[in-house]
Ligand binder design. Sequence first.
Ligand code: 0O2
Length: 216
Amino acid sequence: QTLAEMRALRDETERFMMRYKFGMDEVITKLSILREEFSQAHDYNPIEHVSSRLKTIDSVMEKVERKGVEPSFEAISETITDIAGVRVTCSFVSDAYRIFNLLAAQKDVSVVQVKDYIGNPKPNGYKSLHAIVEVPVFLSTGAVPVTVEVQIRTIAMDFWASLEHKIYYKYDRQVPAELLDGLTQAARTASELDENMERLHREAHGLPRASPAIEA
Ligand code: 0O2
């Protein structure tokens, strides 16, 4: 391989990763607009916190290997859907669905996949609303669709998931049964807290009971 070829590959990789950063920025902007406008219109902020992360090239390559994906930019962009990740933390379960519905209803957002782990928690108790969305990014060469993974959850779900994630890696994925039971129990407690908090919030504001759901 020549040095020029090496440089070309490096540049192509950089451009490939950049698109995800731009896609992520677009989604973050959409969320901050919703947050600001919603606060102004309703005197209430449905979003507590937004965080984001771009997978490192190493971590993308590790996943390519693990999943047996063909090592081409095209195959990677079709298969690895969490290169760009945005996490939204809300106070209440109904807000998590509300934010998802507001985002999904936008004309330039297309929802590729939804995994509702709030409605259908994982066996370990994990809860979160996962959506793979595609947004256009306008480059000098034209518009390109970019995939972004959005995870929407409550503060309680986020608290649980971050501890579970730490424990999982601390024990190198072999978590002792006792701890696993403790985590599942804690997930139940977190869900009860979410229910209580939402009920109190609704009572305080004279709001009817909610049955949050994904809108078609
Ligand atoms: P990290 O470090 O957060 O990026 P895939 O993404 O295809 O490998 P899957 O199961 O199809 O896996 O995707 P899914 O179910 O949408 O979950 C992907 C992400 O959700 C994970 O990313 C976590 O961020 C989160 N997640 C899913 N299940 C759990 C869980 O049981 N506990 C916790 N704490 N988080 C979970 P990564 O890449 O695994 O990790």
